[in-house]
Write a protein that binds this ligand. Sequence first.
Ligand code: BG6
Ligand code: MG
Length: 221
Amino acid sequence: MIQAFIFDLDGVLVDTAKYHYLAWRRLAQSLGFDFTEEDNERLKGVSRMQSLDILLSIGNIQADEKTRHAYAEQKNQWYVEYISRMGRDEILPEADRFVREARESGLKTAIASASKNTPLILERLGIAELFDTVIDGRITSRAKPDPEVFLLAAQALGGEPTACVVFEDAAAGIQAARRAGMYCVGIGSPQQLSQADIVIRTFRGLSPRQILLQLEDIKTN
Ligand code: BG6
Ligand code: MG
């Protein structure tokens, strides 16, 4: 029986990808090259340092360890500037209503995100109280597609991985959920997220019960 819903944050509950993009593009331009929205797709769900390495490879730039950290720090300062201005209106459509309904139906809820800025984002959106536990990039040591973040969330909730459903927008996150032995709902396009058990476009009009029934169907077929 499903006991918990585990949510990725960026791209599932809030559209922070646009702010990551603005900050990475600003860094790229300061280094003398452009960074397109298409390039930005490659960074979804990827850790900060790995994202930087992808960006530097696009610009064909070599940098030593110290410089790489300075670049990542600069990007993060700009990113924090942008997200500090976010408000509740940037919660993705009905995502908070969906989480609330899940809790009302007796499910446990968690955030499992690579972002070290998770507390700031939850505070800006005013949704921290909707989650029993928050596992994020400040705690984890291995990035998705490693299953660590989801396994830690299940452990904190006191549930078996097989009783958890993960909600993810990134292919690396879906892989991580699978490796954790959890069910996975992809948020986005079915082509890009074909490894998920179910793919939805948005939480709009969707109830937790509908997800549970669809998973039941998959289990019995
Ligand atoms: C993930 C985002 O949730 O967090 C990535 O999808 C981001 O784009 C990663 O790089 C790390 O985030 P932060 O806020 O710690 O730089
Ligand atoms: Mg995401």
